[in-house]
Ligand binder design. Structure first.
Ligand code: ADP
Ligand code: MG
Length: 229
């Protein structure tokens, strides 16, 4: 669905070049769960910017269904993100004067309310729907952000360290909910391998370079990594 070919992203930092992504080759197929592991500063967020068309590669190409983002008008890329992509970030962004449900409905269509309520109840959030963000825990706020990302049934969800500000159990819940209720592909960036154990493919980012990690599947269906760390 989305393909990067030798895509690089170079930032200019006071006259110095910073290679956030170097010659990244990656294919994101429909319906799969992709994990990207890597330390802080390795280029994970930059990779998501490239894959979602938020930034154009300084060399190489990133394309959505065969059409390079660089050939699309900025407005079309924006419409694409709004209608086909979902996003979850490290810090749950909710509007403080709207309830949890209203925050989710902000992105919804006409039949959004019914589907949002259904999603809330299936995600164990029914009792929290009418609370204000300040009345929710960090984990609950992030689950509301997950519901918001899921509402439009996006073709792909990009989650940038969605568990990094949560305790381990809440983090696992967030990943499980994303993985259970997604209708399309999922890309989760994390520096915690245990969050990626249900991923179909795991990549490691180091110094802007992306490499697929050898994955063994145990009888429990969990991934274990043989060549990480
Ligand atoms: P990660 O998400 O893995 O922490 P980032 O993609 O945010 O990594 O950053 C990758 C590298 O690019 C880092 O060295 C970071 O300092 C640098 N960087 C990120 N954004 C900018 C920018 N706007 N200008 C200059 N350097 C940047
Ligand atoms: Mg980042």
């Amino acid at each position: 669905m989305i393909e990067a070919k030798r895509a690089s992203l170079v930032y200019q930092d006071h006259g110095r070049e910073v290679f956030a992504c170097r010659d990244v080759d990656l294919q994101l197929e429909d319906d799969k769960f992709f994990g990207v592991l890597g330390p802080s500063g390795s280029g994970k967020s930059s990779l998501l910017y490239l894959l979602s068309g938020l930034k154009m590669p300084t060399s190489g190409e990133v394309a959505y269904r065969g059409e390079p983002y660089a050939h699309m008008a900025e407005r079309s890329r924006g419409e694409l993100r709004l209608s086909k992509f979902g996003f979850v970030f490290q810090h749950p962004f909710l509007i403080g004067y709207l309830t949890a449900l209203e925050n989710v409905l902000l992105v919804g269509s006409n039949d959004g309310e019914e589907r949002a309520k259904d999603l809330f109840s299936r995600m164990g959030l029914a009792e929290k729907a009418h609370r204000m963000p300040a009345e929710l825990s960090g984990g609950e706020k992030q689950r509301v952000c997950v519901a918001r990302a899921l509402l439009s049934e996006p073709e792909i969800i990009f989650a940038d360290e969605p568990t990094a500000s949560l305790d381990h159990a809440s983090g696992e819940t967030v990943i499980d909910l994303l993985n259970t209720f997604r209708k399309g592909a999922l890309v989760v960036v994390s520096h915690d391998l245990s969050m990626l154990r249900h991923a179909d493919k795991i990549y490691r980012m180091e110094d802007g370079r992306l490499a697929q990690v050898n994955q063994k599947r145990s009888s429990s269906g969990r991934s274990s990594i043989s060549d990480v760390h």
